[in-house]
Design a protein around this ligand. Structure first.
Ligand SMILES: [Zn+2]
Ligand SMILES: [Zn+2]
Length: 267
């Protein structure tokens, strides 16, 4: 197996995303098969999992301590892909106060779903999957929204901004990420034909501006099935075409990604 262009796939989904099809074990095996050093598992943390917002629907996120840090030689990171839900850049569950835990036992102190689910996470990818809240918003508002999401202490990566269907001031958001040592994602799934050429152009423009402004990127396949883990064909080709500086790719090896994570989130 030849060495992959990026040694980390930090955006992948398991069965717990509900519209994805592989277990964490299958994803790790695929990562090893693809010669990756590190995989980040980032299931949807979103109303896609359950509209009822009951804590029991999110309990798969609260037992990450069971996961080995290294599994068959692959480093395994614990993440979520959280939905941005308003123009303030807030993330799903931020305002939902829990009354009880998964057993039904009452909490002694107030805790939001976000606080409860995010306790043991290594990092969060902030993405938009339903942009209706941003309809009619100004560029200033959508730009502030992304900057607001970047200000969340657990958010390391802005996910697939090129295909979210929300226009924003690219340079301002990219520079805000740079200032915070955080990452702009180049998402392999955004190159799927059904997203169209305009999405590919948007992703390419974002990558070009990252190169010109010195902003670091992350690469993620957004795999929803194990056989897509570590397959970065379109991302690699596009970055090659624009002569993207390798030193700005935080996912080029595990050490660079972990150092970036450490510096940005102070974990
Ligand atoms: Zn999904
Ligand atoms: Zn995803």
């Amino acid at each position: 197996m030849p060495r992959p262009p990026f040694a980390c796939d930090v955006h992948t989904h398991t069965l717990f995303s509900r519209h994805a099809y592989s277990t964490i074990g299958e994803c790790v095996a695929a990562a090893r098969e693809a010669s990756l050093e590190l995989i980040g598992s980032t299931d949807h943390y979103s109303c896609m999992i359950s509209p009822t917002l009951h804590v029991r629907d999110y309990q798969h996120f609260i037992n990450f301590a069971m996961w080995p840090r290294f599994w068959d030689g692959v480093q395994v990171m614990r993440g979520v892909e959280a939905d941005i839900v308003d123009l303030g850049g807030h993330l799903f569950g931020w305002d939902m106060v829990l009354q009880e835990g998964i057993t039904g036992r009452a909490f002694h102190h107030e805790l939001t779903l976000k606080e409860y689910v995010w306790r043991d996470l290594d990092y969060v990818i902030a993405s938009i999957h339903d942009q209706t809240f941003a309809e009619g918003a100004t560029i200033g508002q959508t730009t502030d929204m992304y900057v607001g999401a970047l200000d969340d202490p657990k958010v390391l990566i802005l996910g697939h901004t090129g295909r979210a269907g929300v226009r924003f001031d690219v340079d301002t958001v990219l520079l805000a990420a740079k200032k915070r040592g955080k990452l702009i994602e180049i998402n392999e799934h955004s190159f799927a034909p059904h997203y169209g050429e305009h999405t590919q152009r948007a992703c390419r423009h974002i990558a070009e501006r990252c190169a010109e402004l010195g902003v670091m990127i992350s690469t993620g396949t957004d795999a929803h099935i194990a056989c897509d883990v570590g397959r970065f064909d379109h991302t690699a080709a596009m970055l090659r075409e624009i002569h993207f500086p390798p030193e700005l790719v935080a996912t080029r090896d595990a050490k660079t990604f972990l150092d970036t994570l450490d510096n940005a989130l102070g974990t």
